[in-house]
Ligand binder design. Sequence first.
Ligand SMILES: [Zn+2]
Length: 124
Amino acid sequence: MKPCPCCSGKAFAVCCAPYLDGKSTPRTVKQLMRSRYTAFALGGQGDYLLRTWHPRTAPAISAQALGQADTQWTGLEIIASQQRGDHGVVEFRASLIDAAGESAVHHETSTFLREGGRWLYLSG
Ligand SMILES: [Zn+2]
């Protein structure tokens, strides 16, 4: 079993992989958050990141550029998450090793919107 990069304790194949492959859609804001972290951690998943990014705030770069990882993500901890109707908030801490080889922690509170039944990342 290959553990999922999102630190859920589940196998990648039954955790974030179906979302990245487009076989399934995250039902909760937390699942979307985890799958986007996994996309960043794996690299080469720029199309998924763009697909789950709200058009209003999505970066104007190609999926290929977005999938190029200069950061090594080493862990995810969800601190809190809240879902109210089509609005969601997730507070998380992600550990990483930056381009200079230094360990760091990225602490963010992200907001999400659900449109057409799909959760989208709005801002952090
Ligand atoms: Zn996962």
